[in-house]
Design a protein around this ligand. Structure first.
Ligand code: AMP
Length: 423
């Protein structure tokens, strides 16, 4: 098969790495890829959101299957455009990606499908939003409706911060079109976990759980990021919890999407709050998380490609995946400045020595080659990922590899896997 992976981050490196090992693959391409992905696939000068460019390449090169990593091309309709040309693609249609692209849509879906989630209301008018907030009391959560790169959610400890969040979105228009509408919802107390399932429109295959770290600083301090690390499995997601998540959240969501005429295929990623009343949904995403995908692909023993094809073909029932019993942990190394404006172009050395342990894989999230030098080229730059008998062993191995990387221009969190994110 001739396969194309779309995207350029650590998630796509992990997907390309796992897919490149498939005996089904003759040639693997990535649009646009990065310096690490170039070791697994032929990288193309086509951007992930260049819908026309990707479709044209697939037509010209007779691509048999496309795997779309990031949310942006999904929301722009890349899978629809490919399928319209008869090119099979893994990922939801634009209509189905609304489950991530609109929090208001996702919340209404939860209400209709009786999926456990925080009580919410939608607002476009700031005065009405503030009156509702006053009636509910703090803490309370204010969310911009659309995609805001993780920055659109404010967990307000007092009413004033909640009102400020309302004004930021609805008056100051800080999130432009993504914040024309907001969702105000009750605060949920508990532990967070992420849960991933492959979905084929009607059936779901649970993948694995993960714990991720969204804040930039040690001890969960500083602003939110796209993810500074992750490990899998999450000890919080026992098989009993997994059963509840499948029965109460994933399967009802798939059925509700079918009823809405927005048949969902791809990865359904549920951000969960594990409360005293059981798992409750914080948000849906329509794709893999970035560090989470790195740990999942490293834990996966089976060839992922037949499963991705089966999800697209609507025959997931016939698929079984095997996972390492071991844990995997990923430490993200980012360029100074991230998650603000990262410094680009600093040189990274020592990756070969760091990756010499066969239980370590360094995924690239934002790198490029300049001659034989490897340069940082993004906010999140590397995902140092390691397998171990338990989370502690995986962590020790990952940080030992981090210590061997010579990159003064980068930093990482030092507490990935040391304690649950909200401790
Ligand atoms: P979201 O993008 O909706 O997952 O929200 C981002 C983060 O905000 C989550 O990972 C939680 O830490 C926090 N959060 C979102 N909604 C709630 C809620 N209802 N109660 C408590 N924390 C929340």
């Amino acid at each position: 098969m001739r396969v194309l992976v779309v995207g350029s981050g650590g998630r796509e490196h992990a997907l390309a790495w796992a897919i490149s090992a498939s005996p089904l693959v003759d040639r693997l391409f990535c649009a646009p890829g990065n310096a690490g992905i170039a070791e697994e696939a032929e990288c193309l000068a086509i951007g992930a959101t260049d819908i026309k460019g990707v479709v044209q390449f697939c037509r010209n090169e007779r691509i048999d299957f496309v795997v779309v990593g990031p949310e942006a091309p999904l929301v722009l309709g890349l899978v629809d455009a490919l399928e319209a040309e008869g090119i099979p693609a893994f990922g939801p249609s634009a209509a189905a990606a609304a489950i991530e692209a609109s929090k208001a849509f996702a919340k209404d879906l939860c209400v209709n499908a009786q999926i456990p989630t925080a009580t919410h209301r939608r607002f476009r008018d700031p005065t009405a939003a503030k009156a509702y907030i006053a009636s509910r009391g703090a803490p309370i959560v204010v969310k911009a409706d659309g995609l805001a790169a993780g920055k659109g959610v404010v967990v307000a400890d007092d009413l004033d911060s909640a009102y400020q969040a309302v004004d930021a979105a609805l008056v100051e228009r800080r999130f432009s079109a993504a914040g024309l509408e907001i969702v105000v919802e009750d605060f949920l107390a508990g532990e967070e976990a992420s849960f991933f399932a492959l979905v084929d429109g009607k059936d779901a295959l649970p993948l694995a759980s993960a714990q991720d770290y969204k804040r930039v600083g040690d001890g969960d301090t500083g602003p939110n990021t796209g993810g500074m690390g992750a490990y899998s499995p999450s000890p919080l997601v026992t098989s009993a919890v997994e059963g509840m998540v499948m029965d109460r959240i994933i399967l009802p969501a798939i059925a509700a999407m079918q009823r809405e005429g927005r048949v969902f295929k791809g990865v359904l990623y549920a951000g969960l709050m594990l409360t005293d009343a059981g798992p409750m949904l914080l948000e849906f995403n329509a794709r893999f998380g970035d560090p989470e995908c790195q740990v999942l692909m490293m834990r996966l023993m089976s060839d992922p490609l037949p499963a991705l094809i089966a999800a697209r073909d609507g025959v997931l029932k016939s698929v079984d995946l095997r996972w390492h019993a071991d844990s995997v942990l990923c430490v993200v190394m980012a360029a100074h400045g991230y998650p603000g404006d990262p410094q680009r172009g600093s040189e990274i050395r020592g990756l070969d020595a760091a990756a010499s342990d066969p239980k370590v894989k360094i995924f690239h999230a934002g790198t490029r080659r300049h001659g034989d030098r490897l340069l940082a080229d993004g906010g999140r730059v590397l995902g140092v990922t390691a397998l171990g008998g338990d989370i502690g062993l995986a962590r020790d191995r990952a940080y030992a590899a981090v210590d061997r990387i010579d990159w003064p221009g980068g930093f990482c969190r030092h507490d990935i896997g040391r304690r649950a994110p909200r401790d």
